[in-house]
Write a protein that binds this ligand. Structure first.
Ligand SMILES: [Mg+2]
Length: 259
């Protein structure tokens, strides 16, 4: 049986605003051979439609159904566990479209889940405290984090990402979040669920030894590390053993076909 594939995006198919050389050919190879696959990314600040557009700019032709992001995984979890319930969303406006199947609670309404994303400059005390008050309400709603990225680099320096706010809320409300985003197993489980394969029939391809390789292996998947994007030689000294290390995703089809 052929392996299904999970592809990381950033650092594998493109780096900043440049495509990785030959990556578009790999996406065509996947399509031409009808190989079951998903693009798996921690991006939660924009909807899948924007990612489809960005990929098209790199000559990569895909659609929303083949992209799994933390908001999409969160929605799947909500549909399976809290269908029809009201939720509270702390995510950028652009991302809200992914949650359109759910009713967003008004200020003083009870909610079944509190979802925390990268709200960036929109965080202030009142907003963070509202999330805290909801989490502390008597029936204790589900706490969902759209990834646990600590910070990111903007043009004017480092910016806090989602994790510091999730940690503050987790600490104050004494509740553990369900994390949707690499390397959380719950996120990989959502991908496995969509691909409808046994875990050992799926391979993850990424440039992040922890988030992609270790995360996937912890979930029972095979994992391929590519030497592009954030890869550094010292990554190979961390005791994490990818199934194979390739110079670039361009070398992946040959490895895949030799399996
Ligand atoms: Mg990456």
């Amino acid at each position: 049986m052929t392996l299904a594939i999970l592809f990381d995006l950033d650092g594998v198919f493109y780096q900043a605003d440049k495509a990785i050389a030959g990556a578009a050919d790999v996406s065509r190879w996947v399509k031409d051979n009808a190989i079951p696959h998903l693009f798996l990314t921690n991006t939660s600040s924009r909807p899948r439609s924007a990612l489809v557009e960005k990929l098209a700019g790199f000559g990569i032709d895909t659609d929303e159904a083949h992209i799994l992001t933390p908001p999409v995984a969160a929605v799947r979890w909500l549909q399976q566990n809290l269908s029809g319930e009201k939720i509270a969303l702390f995510v950028p406006d652009k991302t809200k479209v992914e949650f359109s199947d759910f009713e967003i609670a008004q200020q003083d309404e009870e909610v079944a889940a509190v979802i925390i994303g990268d709200l960036g400059c929109d965080w202030d005390f009142a907003t963070l405290n509202r999330a805290f008050q909801l989490l502390m309400s008597e029936h204790r709603p589900q706490f969902i984090a759209l990834g646990m990225t600590r910070y990111w680099r903007a043009d004017d320096g480092l910016h806090l990402d989602v994790a510091p706010f999730v940690m503050a809320l987790s600490h104050a409300a004494d509740v553990e979040p369900l994390v949707m985003g690499k390397p959380a197993i719950s996120f990989y489980k959502a991908a496995v669920d969509i691909l409808a394969r046994d875990v050992d029939q799926i391979v993850m391809v990424g440039d992040d030894i922890r988030g992609d390789v270790n995360g996937a292996q912890q979930a029972g998947l095979k994992a391929v590390l590519v030497r592009t994007g954030k890869f550094r030689e010292v990554d190979l000294e961390l005791g994490i053993k990818p199934d194979v290390v390739l110079d670039s995703v361009v070398d992946f089809p040959a490895w895949y076909e030799s399996k």
